[in-house]
Design a protein around this ligand. Structure first.
Ligand SMILES: NC(=O)c1ccc[n+]([C@@H]2O[C@H](COP(=O)([O-])OP(=O)(O)OC[C@H]3O[C@@H](n4cnc5c(N)ncnc54)[C@H](O)[C@@H]3O)[C@@H](O)[C@H]2O)c1
Length: 476
């Protein structure tokens, strides 16, 4: 294997194009995409253009590219949750190493098939559990390993999904319906369950869970509200979820900028929110302001998926308004085909008798995780938000507190707190050194995914799941 790892991208959507594609553009001496498989023409051609891929190596689907003889080192599988198993199995069979997006699969059966195939082929398979690679969680892990907390007794971890992320992804968007993607506790929280398993350093013994879809249901729809927000909704002036507020006025982005502790970003937020006409004028001469005025990034980008070519590069307010008349993202949040939970709690007892609980909900004022670890020597409190990160350690004996980690938001955004880049670096390093198990490998991932499937079972059947039994049943 040469110094530059050659790769095939399967699925040039948000993760494939932005996380992995951007990495290769930034570090061309480390990773080079030599082929892409993507059914959406615009995405496929854009990826080919950006990465200088020969046209004969542009494919419409994973079946086509994996039907060829092996011609690269690694395959990045970045399709939606329910399309992870088949391309991964085929790629491993063909002799490729694989970087597979999380979740490994949307069913336990699928996860098990992948793990078995990894064992059978001896190939390397990494999973996109990016949070393990962030400086924030690496600091937490190092603090535990240094013994600064003493023995861990309890962990309280919260996955605070912001109100806008909930509406965008889990009510209107790709992860809204368990039959089309995966249970929310897997789709959103497999990262968190993986972190708990990693931090505790032992297997879970018992799991219980409660949760439901409480708010985003037809019974909460405003009287006389239409199916699409822009069809004359009687409460459009006051509805938190009115689609043009989110996708044209970009209130989510403004709120992220407003919540940082950086003056410059707050000024930009105010300019976008309160002086949009001035911003429009200024954006004609200042590129950075043009980006803020005609926002293309998350959550706007998915609006354009599958749209005709003439609107693809047009981010004007009028075009977005037109798109919202028919886009899934323009729907009333109370009248979608969503069925995933909007809040869930999970209680876990581990083999080493550490207890932990995970709370996930979709009503946070900002996006991010909060973490509290209580140990026999100290307490660690962590805040991992889009708008900034901080870890504080409170030592019991001295009674002192120390900020052991802090990071501010940058205008570039943090790409999962730096985890995206670090994950790819670590994966490529594993390939070069031919180590068989990256930090987030198939075997460890299976254990943390098991926790998600067990939590789902507990919630649905109102029972405590004994993990030893659960593992045994699933093995048979
Ligand atoms: N690691 C993380 O933190 C993280 C964050 C977000 C999403 N994800 C996961 O990444 C995966 C992709 O998410 P996304 O937001 O990029 O989705 P996306 O919908 O933007 O991209 C998926 C792409 O796969 C393409 N595709 C569909 N069928 C295909 C086929 N037969 N062959 C090749 N490509 C095909 C689609 O056209 C689409 O462009 C999901 O499983 C998601 O859960 C992980």
């Amino acid at each position: 294997m040469g110094n530059v790892i050659t790769a095939i991208l399967i699925g040039a959507g948000n993760r494939g194009m932005d996380a992995y594609g951007n990495y290769a553009l930034k570090f061309p001496n480390k990773l080079r995409f030599v082929a892409v498989a993507e059914p959406i023409q615009f995405r496929r051609e854009k990826f080919v253009r950006l990465h200088n891929i020969p046209l004969e190596q542009m494919y419409n689907s994973w079946e086509e590219v994996l039907g060829e003889e092996k011609f690269a080192d690694v395959v990045f599988v970045c399709t939606q949750d329910q399309l992870h198993v088949e391309p991964s199995l085929k790629a491993l069979d063909k002799g490729y190493n694989v970087l597979l997006e999380k979740p490994m699969a949307h069913t336990l059966e699928g996860c098990t098939k992948i793990v078995n195939k990894v064992e059978e082929t001896g190939r390397i398979l990494g999973i996109g559990h990016v949070l393990r690679y962030t400086n924030f969680f690496l600091t937490v892990k190092e603090t535990i390993e240094k013994g600064l907390l003493g023995n861990i007794v309890n962990i309280s971890h919260r996955e605070n999904v912001s109100w806008y992320h909930m509406a965008h992804s889990f009510v209107r968007g790709n992860w809204r319906n368990v039959n089309l993607s995966s249970p929310m506790i897997l789709a959103k929280c497999c990262h968190d369950l993986d972190l708990l398993f990693w931090m505790v350093g032992d297997k879970p013994k018992k799991i219980s869970s409660f949760g439901s879809l409480k708010h985003f249901t037809p019974s909460n729809a405003p009287k006389n509200s239409p199916k699409y927000c822009v069809e004359g909704c009687p409460i459009e002036q006051t509805c938190l979820y009115y689609a043009p507020r989110i996708y044209i006025d970009i209130i989510p982005i403004i709120q992220i900028l407003e919540k940082t502790d950086q003056f410059g970003l707050k000024v930009l937020a105010s300019l976008r929110k309160n002086h949009v006409r001035l911003l429009t004028t200024l954006s004609k001469v200042i590129k950075l302001l043009e980006r803020l005025r005609y926002w293309k990034g998350w959550p706007v980008e998915p609006l354009y998926s599958g749209r005709p070519e003439e609107v693809i590069e047009n981010y004007s307010d009028e075009t977005k308004m037109e798109i919202l008349k028919t886009s899934p993202y323009g729907r009333c949040v109370y009248k979608c085909d969503n069925n995933v939970v909007d809040h869930q709690v999970v209680n876990i007892e581990f083999e080493n008798s550490v207890t932990a609980n995970l709370t996930m909900h979709g009503f946070s004022e900002r996006e991010g995780r909060t973490l509290r670890i209580d140990g026999t020597k100290a307490t660690l409190i962590g805040k991992f938000f889009d708008s900034g990160q901080k870890i504080t350690l409170f030592d019991h004996f001295s009674g002192t507190k120390e900020v052991i980690f802090s990071e501010k938001l940058t205008i570039e955004g943090s790409a999962h707190g730096g985890g995206d880049v670090a994950l790819i670096d670590a994966f490529l390093d594993t390939l070069h050194k031919s180590k068989t198990k990256p930090l987030t490998n198939a075997f460890e991932t299976l254990e943390s995914h098991l926790m998600a499937f067990a939590a789902n079972e507990s919630r649905l059947q109102a029972k405590v799941v004994d993990m030893e039994n659960f593992r045994r049943i699933e093995e048979n």
